[in-house]
Design a protein around this ligand. Structure first.
Ligand SMILES: NC(=O)c1ccc[n+]([C@@H]2O[C@H](COP(=O)([O-])OP(=O)(O)OC[C@H]3O[C@@H](n4cnc5c(N)ncnc54)[C@H](OP(=O)(O)O)[C@@H]3O)[C@@H](O)[C@H]2O)c1
Length: 325
């Protein structure tokens, strides 16, 4: 495993995303929550993955509980990242919710506590006061944010009066906005960009097409519309070609591309232990500049149906499936 070491933190380039644990949206069922999820956490540690990312909102606390139980006496091997869901994120609320998360995780210290989303109503200063409090009391080591623009991330630092170690954002070959400003800033200031949905929720694994759609919430998202799956095929073809030269899989190449950006780590979720093992191995893939350029060009040419048109298509698909029942 490769690690990014900045700001006193040592974080694996590939982490483990735990939204899937106990969350109904993914449709993985009870045996996943009861067995596979726990195996994923322990296998991740075996492979040198220390970044374990969860949130109080995932499965309404279930994900944190599963992570805590799975870690057991191996807590010290993990860099535990969780998030406060920003409903009324005033300082005392942040403090209270951090304590509850720690209890569910069964730990006395949260390595990274992240503000899950910006709150447009509550002043950021109030939320960051809460983040400072949990750091001052020793419950949290590093403060982080998620889904923040660069300006808001910088403002969060000013309000905290210290570094906000990381910003967790959607970042993959099909969502490259963080490359513009977040990654360069993180690289110059010694911060970390944590890439979520680095496989575009499985799209970049190349398993899905018009005739093989995922179940659960993904079936009703723009990326998995049959037309968009069709439009993603040239990019997936490029991933496959490059994968062949590395004896790797398309998903591994997609992850390799993300973590090739400076100060960037990725937290793919996994539905099986085998996927997790492959994802961990992606940290060792060394793409050439030429391959990186080909991937970026193929990603640039991907032009999915978006916005209102996508919403309309999803609505009409849902309506016809309801009418068929
Ligand atoms: N901060 C935020 O707002 C936010 C938002 C979203 C996610 N997150 C975090 O980011 C994590 C990851 O994001 P995500 O789960 O949305 O998307 P993702 O990591 O891009 O996709 C995960 C899915 O891809 C498939 N997959 C994983 N490894 C694979 C492999 N080697 N080959 C082929 N397919 C593979 C699996 O689904 P199938 O096998 O079922 O296809 C898996 O559930 C989450 O668990 C969560 O911790 C944070």
């Amino acid at each position: 495993m490769r690690y990014v070491e900045v700001g006193g933190a040592k974080v694996s380039a590939i982490g483990l995303g735990c939204w899937q644990f106990g969350s109904r949206e993914w449709g993985y069922g009870d045996s996943y929550a009861q067995t596979t999820a726990r195996e994923l956490v322990r296998r991740a540690l075996d492979l040198g993955i220390n970044l374990i990312d969860t949130a109080e909102i995932y499965g309404f606390g279930r994900s944190e509980r599963i992570v805590g139980e799975a870690l057991g006496d191996r807590r010290d091997e993990a860099f535990i990242a969780t998030k406060v869901f920003p409903v009324v994120p005033l300082a005392p609320v942040v403090e209270d919710r951090a304590k509850r998360s720690a209890r569910r995780l069964g730990v006395s210290l949260i390595d990274l506590y992240q503000v899950h989303w910006p709150n447009p109503v509550v002043p950021l200063s109030a939320t960051m006061d809460g983040m400072r409090r949990v750091q001052d009391t020793g419950l949290v080591t590093h403060a982080g944010v998620s889904n923040f623009s660069l300006q808001r991330w910088q403002r969060a630092e000013r309000e905290l009066g210290g570094p906000v170690l990381s910003n967790q954002v959607r970042f993959s070959l099909v969502d490259r906005r963080p490359e513009r400003d977040l990654v360069p800033w993180a690289a110059s200031e010694g911060r970390i960009v944590i890439a979520y949905s680095p496989l575009a929720q499985g799209l970049l694994g190349g398993r899905y097409d018009r005739d093989h759609l995922p179940s659960g919430m993904r079936a009703n998202t723009p990326a998995f519309l049959p037309d968009n799956l069709e439009r993603a095929q040239p990019l997936i073809h490029t991933l496959r070609e490059i994968a062949q030269t590395h004896s790797a899989t398309p998903a591994q190449i997609a992850l390799g591309w993300v973590i090739r950006r400076p100060n960037t780590v990725a937290i793919p979720g996994a539905s099986t232990v085998e996927q997790l093992e492959r994802n961990a191995a992606a940290a060792d893939i060394e793409l050439t500049d030429e391959e990186d350029g080909r991937l970026s060009a193929a990603a640039g040419a991907y032009d999915p149906v978006r916005g209102l048109e996508a919403v309309r298509t999803i609505a009409s698909r849902r309506l016809s499936s309801l009418l068929r029942r």
